[in-house]
Design a protein around this ligand. Sequence first.
Ligand code: HPA
Ligand code: ZN
Length: 348
Amino acid sequence: MSNVFSDAPGALDAELAELINRLPKVELHVHLEGTLEPELAYRLAGRNGLALPFGSVEEIRAAYEFSDLQSFLDVYYAACSVLVTREDFRDLTLAYLARAHADGVRHVEPFFDPQTHTTRGIPIADVIDGILDGLAEGEHLYGITSGLILSFLRHLPVDSANATLAAAEPWLDRIVAVGLDSSEIGFPPEPFAGTFARARSLGLRAVAHAGEEGDASLVPRTIDALGVSRIDHGVRAADDPAVMQRLVDSGITLTACPISNVRLRVFPTMDRSTIRTLLAAGVAVTINSDDPAYFGGYIGDNYRAITAALGLTADDLHRLAANAIEGSFAAPERKQELTNELARAVCR
Ligand code: HPA
Ligand code: ZN
């Protein structure tokens, strides 16, 4: 397997590594299904009497070599078959939170894809209640606050997205936003305008993946069609100064995922990431993990890898962490707490 860290020009400075450890982190782009580690997949398969098409955990990890977004999504959706019961979704969520806690995550806004499960006959109640169980336990154990994001699969028909939103209505007071993910090429945002308008009218915020494999023009098109307040990935925006200016003027946050971008070949190497260009233009970019179990790095690894590859400074790290707090959907008091904690972390 290629090593995403091998293209870093130099070792990470020890003081910056310490600062990264201390930063109170807010994660705004992580798919709960993408946190399914092979060991847990095996445990759940055993518990549910299911066979996995791999002989060992090592074989699974060896198969995680991706040529593009679709080659990853095929594996990711297939692995979800081991998630069956409410308890499975609770265990998945809690395992992620334990790992996130070790990385200094204080607040998280994770995605889940209900259609990946309801299309297999899993009741949406078991999916959402299981995740909410895990989030509540994680807050109790680790103090990590959260806002759950219900994400629609863009490769499925709009009617399916509308039915999913309707089915989730009993839980909407515990869901902060809707999102849009899956294959970007060939599945434009515009058909989902009505779904997103309905979600926003119900009081939900909106985010969507764009400008990952798609070009910079998908970023303003997604903002216009869906009324989003964040763009997930969005790193191709750096190819067009007018698009970057639009992001700055509208205060829209980008949730970048550096290791994901190298593993899915959005960029050939980490040092080709556009994050420096985005930071220099004043775009509110943030650092996140996307699907850490598949890409081999949680949020701390992403901070370390991009810092080493681009030679980011302590000021850059402060800005990235502050962008995540400001771009979150946390309550104003929680944002203030996190901002105070960040100020203490950078002033040592
Ligand atoms: N892009 C689109 N859909 C996804 C991703 C991604 O990076 N990860 C999980 N679903
Ligand atoms: Zn994603």
